[in-house]
Every structure is written in C-alpha cells, then in structure tokens.
Design a protein around this ligand. Structure first.
Ligand SMILES: CC(C)(COP(=O)(O)OP(=O)(O)OC[C@H]1O[C@@H](n2cnc3c(N)ncnc32)[C@H](O)[C@@H]1OP(=O)(O)O)[C@@H](O)C(=O)NCCC(=O)NCCS
Length: 422
C-alpha cells in the first residue's frame, strides 16, 4: 500500500482545501490555528509544551492557499486491549477555524487521517471528543466511558478499613517523580483495556503541567504508597481548593489520578484523600465505570456519579483489530459490518476467538448480527453489550439470541478505562 498523498477537494465538496503534512516552518502557525479553533491564544510555555508532545510527522493541516484553516494530529500508541496490546493512533489537536467551519474541512482531515492510520498498520484510532455529536459519522463509538464522582467526606466511611502492606507518604509533585510512579501505572496498564503508555514528556506533563490561563486551582500533591521494600505500588495526584471563609472544613479535593493494582492500596489512597483535614468534599473525574469505590461505602447513595462518554474508538483495520484482542470464552461469531467510510471493513466477517488467540476473516457464511462499525467499536474493549444496542435499535439481530452470544464472547472482566486525555 502506498502512503496516502496530499489530497485536493474533500468529500464535503470544498475544492480550495488541501490536506497535507505540516512543514517545519509552519509549526507555530499550525499550533496557533489549533488554539484559535478553541478560541484560545496559547502562551509561549503552552506552545513549547505542545512542541514537545506532538509527533510532527503525524500533524496534518488543511490549507486554503497558504493559510492553515484546520488541524488534526495523531500519537503512536500501543493500547491495552483485552488480553494484550494493539497499535492504535491517538487522535488529537482537531480543530477548524470558525471562519471555515461546516464546509467539509473536518471531513477531509478525518478521511486523510484514517488513510494514514491504515497505511501505518494501526488497527484503530482513538480520541477524546469535545462534543459527543461529532465523531460517530466517522465511525467512532464510545469504547471506554468514564465516570465523574463526588462525595461529602463526612459521609464517606468505608465498610472495612483498608489494610495496605506498606506506608503512605505525601510529596510535592515534580517531574522527577515519574520514575517512581511509572511501575505502578504500568502494572495497572497491563490489566486495563484502553490504557496507553506514557512517554517521559507525557509524565512531565502529568506531574508538572504547564498551566492554561485561569485553569487548575491548588498545588499538585502526590500521595504515594510504598511497599515494605520502599517501591511505590500506588499513587494519587490531587489538588486542594481551600475555602477559608466558612465556619469549618469546606475545601474541595480534586483527584486527578488514582492508580494502584492492589485493591487495599487503592482503598488506602482514597482514605488519604477522604480523611484529609479541612476537606469537605472529594471529587474525581475520569474514573473507570467499575471503580469499586461505591461498593466500599457504608452509605453508597452518598457517592454522586455522572457517566461521561470518555474514550472513543474507531476500528480501522477491522479483522486485525478483532484478532489482536483475546476473548474470555471460546466462541465464533459471523457479523455483517457496515462501514461506508472505510469500505475495506464493509462486509461479512467471521470471528473465532478465545483466551489464547483469535482470527477474523471475510466469509460467505450467513451473518447473525448487523452492526455499524461505530457500534462494534463500543463493544471492542469489552464495555458495551450488543444486546443493549439491539434494544436501542442500533444493532440488528438476524438470528434470535445472537446478541447475547456475542456479548459472552466480547465481554471482558475488567472495564476499559483511559486516564490519559490526549
Ligand atoms: C468540530 C469541528 C472540528 C467541525 O469542523 P467542520 O469543518 O465544521 O466539520 P465538517 O464541515 O467537516 O462537518 C462534518 C459533519 O459534522 C457535523 N458537525 C460538525 N461539527 C459538529 C458539532 N460540533 N456537533 C455536531 N455535528 C457537527 C456537520 O454538520 C457535518 O454534518 P453532515 O455531514 O451531516 O453535513 C469545528 O467546528 C471546530 O473546530 N470546533 C471547535 C473545536 C473542537 O470542538 N474541535 C474538536 C475537538 S475533539
């Protein structure tokens, strides 16, 4: 397959628009165009940060004449999928100038980017959406929803006190801490579909973030749990927003990331936050849907949970993606997949999978389910039940009982989660 070339004239019918890789001399203009699409004027520090984080050979610009009017980029990831990892493009920096919106510029960028992703041999693309109405038309579905939760500390008693094996410490966040936190992160990453590795630059961005003007209240503090040998096996990054004018404890603690493979360590890190003096409320965003926090509580109703769409996934090389993951039980499934945007995925496929491996190939057999590619993406990491999507009218059951059988095959014990918002 040859590398996708610069194209003129997107599908949306906008003949003056050209999508191409951004040249070194255009990088600052490209970053500024991305900012302006979000009505932001980046500071010099933010421009520097983005220069460090981006892979410039994966940055696409949509141009009219010499002006960059739209941007899209991708990051190269090995994403955890059920039972393994798979090459996945992390889509980021998507924006179109307000003066050029609704003329097919995003459509042109998405088409070119999907062609690039396929050419690179990546099986899927993933993204965080600014709005939930944009990406389904490009084949993306919500594969790893996330939860935002909030609880008043005075109603946060656990059923049982945690019994972690080591000790807790609180430290000022510093990029140098990354080498101590990374093994704990990687231990969880190996278990949880949807997680992606972090480079040193991403760790620095996590622990010493460049502030967006007006954002982030309170200093970043890291609570760590050290096992008896002194190794960090879990951590929580948080900020406390103080409130000094009330009659008593009124601060809000915001958990930015809490990671531990050992449930007792995880529970101890929550207690560190919930028992902090002066704190009246603890909030956490981007938590996995199977977070056991509610089930630890004596008063479960006190935890307010809001589910968000989280990570979206687009299966780009459908048979390779389905063959890259493992399946909790052995089984076979014949699917009619609908994918008008990526016609190489549009057809009937036979998936045969189990705990030790999987294969997927085109077939002439009779399909038992008809599935739009975006709907299949929602089930790919093991989260969504196709049976629910049949009831929602999004997936069609062509043989009675097929959706329940598919769910037995596609389901995975650990809920998908992506703590990296890229
Ligand atoms: C969202 C954005 C990228 C869309 O770009 P665009 O060039 O206007 O999109 P297109 O013209 O290619 O639109 C393609 C389709 O998506 C629809 N669409 C575009 N933006 C949409 C939105 N925000 N919500 C719902 N639908 C949207 C269009 O109506 C069009 O639908 P159609 O195919 O049925 O006609 C652009 O408006 C933007 O930059 N917004 C602000 C920044 C942002 O949200 N970026 C996305 C980050 S994840």
């Amino acid at each position: 397959m040859t590398e996708p070339s610069a194209g003129r004239g997107p599908a949306g019918g906008n003949p003056g628009v050209r999508v191409r890789r951004v040249a070194p001399a255009e990088r600052e203009a490209w970053l500024r165009a991305t900012g302006l699409a979000f009505s932001e004027v980046p500071t010099t520090e933010l421009l520097e940060r983005d220069r460090r984080l981006l892979e410039w050979d994966r940055c696409l610009g949509a141009t009219v004449g010499n002006e960059i009017v739209g941007t899209a980029a991708a990051i190269t990831y090995a994403m955890t999928v059920p039972g393994g990892t798979a090459p996945v493009a992390g889509v980021t920096a998507v924006g179109v100038l307000p003066t050029h919106r609704r003329r097919g510029v995003l459509t042109a960028l998405m088409r070119r980017q999907l062609a690039d992703v396929r050419w690179r041999g990546e099986v899927a693309a993933a993204l965080w959406a600014s709005e939930s109405g944009i990406y389904e038309r490009f084949g993306y579905g919500v594969a790893a929803p996330s939860a935002a939760c909030r609880i008043a500390t005075r109603h946060s008693a656990f059923r049982a006190a945690p019994t972690p094996p080591g000790r807790l410490r609180v430290l000022a966040a510093d990029a140098g801490l990354a080498v101590r936190l990374q093994p704990a992160f990687d231990a969880v990453r190996a278990l949880v579909p949807g997680m992606v590795p972090r480079t040193a630059a991403r760790w620095a961005d996590r622990l010493a973030p460049v502030p967006h003007p007006g954002e982030a209240v309170g200093d970043l503090v890291v609570g760590v749990h050290e096992d008896p040998a002194g190794t960090v096996d879990g951590y929580v990054c948080y900020r406390v927003q103080h409130e000094w004018h009330g009659p008593g404890a009124a601060a809000i603690l915001r958990v930015e990331e809490l990671v531990a493979a050992d449930p007792e360590v995880e529970a101890a890190l929550w207690r560190l936050c919930l028992d902090l003096d002066l704190v009246a409320e603890v909030e956490a965003r981007h938590r996995p849907l199977d977070d056991p926090l509610r089930d630890r509580l004596r008063e479960p109703r006190r935890l307010r949970v809001e589910t968000r769409d989280g990570l979206w996934l687009r299966l780009v090389d459908l048979p390779a993606a389905l063959a890259a993951r493992r399946y909790a039980t052995a089984g076979r499934l014949v699917l009619r997949v609908e994918d008008p945007l990526c016609p190489w995925n549009d057809g009937v496929f036979e998936l045969e999978g189990g705990p030790d491996g999987a294969s997927c190939r085109p077939t002439r057999r009779r399909p038992v389910l008809r599935v739009p590619v975006a709907a299949l993406a929602t089930a790919y990491l093991g989260q969504t039940r196709l049976h629910t999507l049949v009831r929602a009218g999004w997936v069609a059951e062509l043989q009675p009982g097929a959706a329940a059988a598919a769910d037995r095959l596609l389901g995975w014990p650990r809920a998908p989660w992506c703590p990296d918002v890229f």
